[in-house]
Design a protein around this ligand. Structure first.
Ligand code: BGC
Length: 287
C-alpha cells in the first residue's frame, strides 16, 4: 500500500521539527555502515547526539568500533558495534535481523562504507575493480534493500517520524566530476547516483525518503595524501573555492538534517557538501 494524504495541503503533517537539537531523532534507530572511522564515525556520533540509538557497522578494527560505541553511549542512547562486510549478502541480512531483534526496527540507514583502490586505467586489475564496486555500490544495494524491506513492514509511526524510513547514501563529488586514475571509484559513485534516484522514485509513494550526500575533499584516512603536507594541502585548495578542507562534522551535520523531519520534503536529491568543488574553480579565470 502507498500513502496518500486526503487532507487539504495546509493540514498535511509537515513533519514540524522539534526545537531542541537533542530531540531531532529521539527514539529513532540508525545504522551507519563503515562507522569506525572518518565520515561514518562522525555521522554515527552526531546521530547519537541527536537522540538516535546507533548500530556501528565496521569490517576491520574492533577497537576503533568500540571506541565509537563508547562515545555514542555518552549521549545517553543505545549503541553497539556490528562487524559485517556490506558486500556479503548473508552478513548484511544477519546485521539487519539482529538490529530488529535488539532495537525493534530500523528508521535510518546511512549507507557510508566505501573504499578506494586507485590505479592507472591500463594497470587496473579486475580485483581492483571488483573490490571497489562490491563495497561502494553492491554494498549500498544490499543494505538499502534490507532497510526498505523493514520500512515497508513497519510503515509510518507518526510519533517517531513523518516518514516510514530514511536512507542517506554517501556518494562523492565524483558522481559528477570524472576522476582519472580512479575509474572504479568514480564509476561506483556514478552508480550510486542512479541507484539512489531509482529507489527514491520507487518508494517515495510509501513515504520512504532516500537522498545522497556528495562530499568533496574531507579530512579522513581515505585521502590522507591529499592534505597531510603543506604542499598537498596547497594544491588541494586550488580545487576548493571556499578555501578550507572539509571536516567529517560538516558531513555529519548534513546527515542528521537529512535523517530528521526538518528535511521531510527532500526526496531523491544529492546534496553536494564540497566547499564549492563542483563549481569547477579551474574556470574562474579560464575558458
Ligand atoms: C574521495 C577523496 C577525494 C575527494 C575529492 C572523495 O570522494 O574519497 O579521496 O579527496 O573525493 O576529490
Amino acid at each position: 500500500m502507498t500513502v496518500q494524504d486526503t487532507k487539504a495541503p495546509a493540514e498535511v503533517r509537515s513533519g514540524a521539527p522539534d526545537t531542541e537539537p537533542r530531540q531531532l531523532l529521539r527514539g529513532q534507530k540508525a545504522l551507519v555502515t563503515g562507522a569506525n572511522s572518518g565520515i561514518g564515525k562522525a555521522t554515527a556520533i552526531a546521530l547519537g547526539r541527536a537522540g538516535a540509538d546507533v548500530v556501528v557497522n565496521y569490517v576491520v578494527g574492533d577497537d576503533s568500533a568500540e571506541a565509537v560505541v563508547e562515545e555514542i553511549r555518552r549521549s545517553g542512547v543505545k549503541a553497539y558495534a556490528h562487524r559485517a562486510d556490506v558486500s556479503n549478502e548473508d552478513q548484511v541480512t544477519q546485521m539487519f535481523a539482529k538490529m530488529v531483534a535488539e532495537l525493534g526496527t530500523v528508521d535510518i540507514l546511512v549507507n557510508n562504507a566505501g573504499r578506494q583502490k586507485d590505479a592507472k586505467f591500463t594497470d587496473m586489475t579486475l580485483a581492483d575493480w571488483n573490490a571497489v564496486i562490491s563495497v561502494n555500490l553492491t554494498g549500498q544495494f544490499l543494505c538499502a534493500r534490507e532497510a526498505v524491506r523493514e520500512f515497508l513492514r513497519r510503515g509510518i509511526v507518526p510519533s517517531v517520524s513523518a516518514a516510514a524510513g530514511k536512507i542517506i547514501c554517501m556518494s562523492s563529488v565524483h558522481e559528477r566530476i570524472p576522476w582519472a586514475g580512479h575509474a572504479n571509484y568514480a564509476a561506483s559513485k556514478g552508480g550510486i547516483m542512479m541507484l539512489m534516484k531509482s529507489i527514491a522514485q520507487e518508494f517515495a509513494p510509501h513515504r520512504i525518503r532516500i537522498n545522497s550526500i556528495a562530499p568533496g575533499a574531507i579530512r579522513t584516512p581515505i585521502n590522507t595524501e591529499a592534505w597531510n603536507t603543506p604542499e598537498a594541502y596547497h594544491s588541494l585548495m586550488a580545487l576548493v573555492p571556499y578555501g578550507r578542507i572539509g571536516e567529517p562534522d560538516d558531513i555529519a551535520r548534513t546527515a542528521v538534517w537529512l535523517a530528521c523531519d526538518e528535511s521531510d520534503y527532500l526526496v531523491g536529491a544529492t546534496l553536494f557538501v564540497d566547499g564549492g568543488m563542483t563549481l569547477y574553480p579551474g574556470f574562474t579565470e579560464n575558458g
